[in-house]
Design a protein around this ligand. Sequence first.
Ligand SMILES: N[C@@H](CCC(=O)N[C@@H](CSC=O)C(=O)NCC(=O)O)C(=O)O
Length: 285
Amino acid sequence: MKTVELLEEHSVLDGVQYKYRHRSESLNCSMTFSLFLPNKEKFPEPSLLWWLSGLTCTDDNFTHKAGAQRVAARLGIAMIMPDTSPRGKEIADSDDYDLGQGAGFYLNATQKPWSSHYKMYDYIIKELTSLVREEFHLIGPEFISGHSMGGHGALVLGLRNPKRFQSITAFAPIVNPSQVPWGIKAFENYLGDNKEDWAEWDAVELIKRYSDKKVPILIDQGDTDQFYKKELEPDKLVKVAKEKKYPLTVRMQSGYDHSYYTIATFIEEHLEFHMNQLKNIKPKE
Ligand SMILES: N[C@@H](CCC(=O)N[C@@H](CSC=O)C(=O)NCC(=O)O)C(=O)O
């Protein structure tokens, strides 16, 4: 039995862009997600990119604005774009753009009123993963990328699941949410006061205590990004990565801001970076 409802289907380049709705058990609400599939005959077992968007976004922002389908169609990459939080009138929210709906921070909330729905980590890592494997037979190598709050999500989900994701890339990620206004506000609300709990969802802290397989990371950060100094500061990640000899490349991009224009400019290089990692995978004996 199909567990997803098709909302949109568009031929684009050499593939198809879909939008679906389904009932999420982990979030306890109805959710939408978008999925791009490259040409099935040319790429019967495509790789899969997980794209995590930022504050205020839905699954549509990247789908409509990044222009990634052209590259994904060429390289044979399927792309899944989840929404950024649970949604609905009955679900806890705030009037602020950086808390509540549209601002799920890719974690599992433990504090009321958020804890009954805000389980974005479980939703993506368990529920949506099973769904794309079972409904769409997407069982190829996986990569993870994201922007801003979604860049934080890509780093945290990738670092917590290094056997699953071959590589991680991010645009202007929040690398140290425990120390910046967006992250402190989210973590106080979703996780409570215990800073040890915060560290589990913070890329700088995860790399400080890292002892697992080192999955390569690429970050692009625009130097005219309005959030660069106050919320992002990738140098903090560079420092801990050096100490731990973690393979991290941060590229400062002169004249680029926080918008999807920056993502559209460099997304091709991110997808190529991911595909290049597959060359390093040893075939099974
Ligand atoms: N106050 C602004 C902030 C919203 C914003 O800039 N959102 C970014 C992500 S920021 C970090 O997660 C975004 O991707 N916006 C959507 C887009 O399509 O550009 C506001 O409310 O606009």
